[in-house]
Design a protein around this ligand. Structure first.
Ligand SMILES: NC(=O)c1ccc[n+]([C@@H]2O[C@H](COP(=O)([O-])OP(=O)(O)OC[C@H]3O[C@@H](n4cnc5c(N)ncnc54)[C@H](OP(=O)(O)O)[C@@H]3O)[C@@H](O)[C@H]2O)c1
Length: 227
């Protein structure tokens, strides 16, 4: 089996960390980031070489330098996973603090765009690769209290489909809903009832093979893990 280079944002915890462990366990090289230097260092120590984990905020100007360094060392990614995201504290839209709304859009939408623009030229030059932008059930339907998050994930769906129109043959961009998984994010949205859902490591056992099976024919897809 060919060893792939897999870039994953948001590898400090939750689905990102579980995917990092899953891809590394399957023999692939994982290049990850998150804001927490402590969490990235811990993962780097746990997985060792050739994997690489750095403290990078996807909505910061450091994304370009991070990507350039990885491309120089490893080449263009085979799989680029925009996983990092925030959810708002559950409340009606008009009660959401302006700073919280702005920061959520900045991380979930602008951050994903920053990562795409940093890695895609190298992927296009090489002529292959798959981009996976993490969406949500709340990128396709709505619930009370999560309007900022819905706005961001509906944006991810639209941006991904339009990006798919831009991409040359050989590449693919898909929006992916992971399903419902018991992580910090789900606890913020659902409280203790999140415990009724699978943990991230169990989810990754299904998600990693699903992600590895994606290819050019999936371009423009709005997919859900396991379906
Ligand atoms: N869990 C679910 O049921 C569910 C359902 C639908 C969609 N999703 C989507 O799946 C993805 C992962 O969710 P999750 O449940 O694993 O969330 P989570 O437990 O809250 O983890 C979020 C991850 O993103 C990182 N992150 C946040 N802001 C960042 C930034 N500015 N720059 C870099 N990294 C950042 C966090 O690390 P740091 O704090 O160290 O930065 C953390 O590793 C998200 O896109 C989410 O919207 C999840």
């Amino acid at each position: 089996m060919e060893s792939l280079n897999v870039v994953i944002t948001g590898t400090s915890r939750g689905l990102g960390r579980a995917m990092a462990l899953g891809f590394a366990g399957a023999g692939h090289t994982v290049l990850g980031c998150g804001r927490s230097a402590e969490a990235q260092t811990a993962l780097a120590e746990e997985l060792g070489e050739p994997h690489d984990f750095q403290a990078i905020d996807v909505a910061s100007e450091r994304v370009g330098g991070w990507a350039a360094g990885l491309i120089e060392r490893y080449g263009a990614p085979d799989l680029l996973i925009n996983n990092a995201a925030l959810i708002n504290e559950v409340r009606p839209l008009w009660e959401v603090p302006t700073e919280e709304f702005a920061r959520l859009l900045e991380v979930n939408v602008y951050g994903s765009y920053m990562v795409l623009r940093a890695f895609l030229p190298a992927m296009i030059e090489r002529g292959r690769g798959v981009v996976v932008n993490f969406s949500s059930g709340w990128g396709r339907s709505t619930s009370p209290g999560v309007a900022p998050y819905c706005a961001s994930k509906f944006a991810i769906e639209g941006m991904t489909r339009a990006l798919a129109d831009d991409l040359p043959a050989g590449l693919a961009a898909v929006a992916l809903s992971p399903g419902v998984v018991d992580t910090d994010m789900l606890r913020t949205a659902w409280g203790d009832s999140a415990a009724a859902h699978p943990k991230a490591d169990a989810w990754a056992k299904r998600a990693v093979p699903f992600l590895l099976a994606l290819g050019p024919s999936d371009n423009g897809g709005s997919l859900t893990v396991g379906r």
